[in-house]
Each structure stands twice: as C-alpha cells, then as structure tokens.
Design a protein around this ligand. Structure first.
Ligand SMILES: [Zn+2]
Length: 77
C-alpha cells in the first residue's frame, strides 16, 4: 500500500469517497474479530483502502496532543 494521499477513485475518478468500518472473523484461526476501516467509492463501490484495527489504534495514539487524546476531547463537546 502506498503512502500517497488518496484524492479520487482510480476506477471512475470520483472524489465522493467515504470511510466505513466493518469486522471480519477468520474462522480457521479462532482469533478475535478484526476491525477494518474501508475507504470506498460511493460512485462505483470500488475499495480504495483497507486499514487494520492496529493501524487505527496507532493513528489515534498519534493524534494525542497536549490537550489529551482525540476521543477524550471529542466526548466533551
Ligand atoms: Zn469509483
């Protein structure tokens, strides 16, 4: 996966993209369900990016500022 910003769908060039969250259970491994964030195109349903829960956690940890964690500050609104 490249680190370049995703600006538009490579299939239809639409900029109407939305993150969605889904979970998958791998029955053969008997592990906890994996939570995945999926960046999809609203025009053609193309999947542009698939991000694992570990990456999401790392991202949220990196969002920490001197004011605290991202979610803690959001809850106060
Ligand atoms: Zn598309």
């Amino acid at each position: 996966m490249s680190n370049a910003p995703i600006e538009k769908c490579p299939e239809c060039e639409s900029q109407d993209l939305t993150w969605d969250v889904t979970s998958r259970v791998d029955q053969s491994l008997h592990v906890r369900p994996r939570v995945l964030a999926v960046l999809g195109c609203n025009e053609c349903s193309e999947t542009l990016a698939l991000i694992d829960s570990d990456v999401i956690a790392n991202f949220l940890n990196e969002e920490r500022t001197e004011h605290g964690h991202f979610l803690e500050s959001a809850d106060r609104q």
